[in-house]
Design a protein around this ligand. Structure first.
Ligand SMILES: *Cc1c(COP(=O)(O)O)cnc(C)c1O
Length: 361
């Protein structure tokens, strides 16, 4: 019996998300080298030590988490300056992207963004049988609001803008966001890397009834494995999201970790500053290697165009030497690698290997 005939036919060609290879999937020889994991924009410094201590006495594994995330939202109100009744927490900001698409997109409706960008916007749009409209960015991965808005149709129901963008690292001006907001369309500003830039639309939440802001603990607070994200929304969006989200979406360990992180902001921000200054050092080093063209980044990674060599092959060579990086090859990003920012020792190791690869051919 073939169960396919009962399945949603539009998912026949759904490709899914190509996630990074986990270190567990590498062979023992490579693992023995010590792995530099520079492929998924995680925080190499890990979480606050307060998180580790809280886990040592963690005693909430057997109870369901608060379905309203009351404590977390209250702490986030203090952190963001936005009232708790305008905040929704989720299992990573990925979950909030999913929920927003489910809230706004009926089959055939359009999600608009500037591409290349974060792959999950397309993933969740197509999973909801929506239509993903990506307006190509220019050569430097910038875009104008006019160009983006020329693709608005009567089916456009949601706009995503990553500020700054992943995987390009490109920043977008608040003025550009303001112009997109003037359309009155629902606009989601994804601030996954806010702490690395300081640029935010959060203070505008009360002023624009169509503005939504997404944040996460994955990048700045080093909690990617625990899945905690949140969003700042107009009241009517909060009401609907609360109604459609699964109640226990942020687990008790994640709530504890987020609580401790928000008590240790100075420590976490000092690591963010280390990453930002290391980013500038890595940029200079990459710019000095002739087959690489790095793009300026406002986040915790640097995108590079590879000239005259095969980026896939470089990724494989680096992987054999214990360095994991992200490979991109799409019509808009042909032959690119993205390097997450590590510790100074990771930068040294990466640069030494990239130089060696340059000497071979
Ligand atoms: C990493 C990332 C996210 C997802 O973060 P999680 O909270 O871990 O789901 C969202 N948006 C962008 C642009 C990202 O780079």
């Amino acid at each position: 019996m073939d169960l396919k005939k009962f399945m949603r036919p539009e998912l026949d060609r759904f490709a899914g998300y190509a996630a990074c290879k986990s270190p567990e999937a590498l062979d023992d020889v490579t693992r023995a080298l010590g792995i530099c994991k520079l492929d998924a924009n995680e925080n190499v410094y890990g979480p606050s030590p307060r998180v580790r201590s809280a886990f040592a006495s963690f005693n909430d594994a057997h109870i369901y988490p608060d379905s309203c995330q009351t404590e977390l939202r209250k702490a986030l109100a203090g952190y963001t300056g936005v009232p708790a009744d305008r905040i929704v927490a989720g299992s990573g900001s990925d979950q909030l992207i999913d929920l927003l698409v489910r809230l706004f997109i009926s089959p055939g409706d359009e999600v608009l963004t500037a591409t290349p960008t974060f792959a999950m916007y397309k993933f969740f749009t197509e999973l909801s049988a929506g239509k993903f409209i990506g307006v190509p960015r220019d050569q430097d991965f910038n875009f104008t609001p006019e160009k983006l808005l020329s693709a608005v149709s009567n089916k456009t129901k949601l706009v995503f803008i990553a500020m700054p963008n992943n995987p390009t690292g490109t920043q977008v001006s608040k003025r550009t966001i303001e112009k997109i907001l003037e359309t009155g369309l629902p606009v989601v500003v994804d601030e996954a890397y806010y702490e690395f830039t300081g640029q935010t639309m959060a203070p505008e939440i009360g002023k624009h009834p169509n503005l939504m802001v997404l944040r996460t603990f994955s990048k700045w607070a080093g909690l990617a494995g625990l899945r905690v994200g949140y969003g700042l929304f107009p009241e009517d969006v909060v009401t609907r999201l609360d109604a459609i989200k699964d109640p226990y979406c942020v687990n008790t360990a994640a709530v504890a970790a987020a609580r401790e992180s928000l008590k240790d902001i100075d420590y976490l921000m000092s690591n963010v500053r280390l990453i930002v200054s290391e980013r500038e050092r890595l940029f200079q080093a990459l710019a000095g290697i002739e087959y690489l063209k790095p793009y300026p980044s406002a986040a915790n990674f640097i995108l590079c165009k590879i000239n005259g060599k095969d980026a896939a092959e470089i990724q494989r060579v680096l992987e054999r030497r214990g360095i994991l990086v992200r490979y991109f090859n799409s019509p808009q990003m042909e032959n690119y690698l993205r390097f997450s920012i590590g510790r100074p020792g990771d930068t040294d190791r990466l640069i030494a290997q990239l130089r060696k690869i340059g000497e071979i051919t």
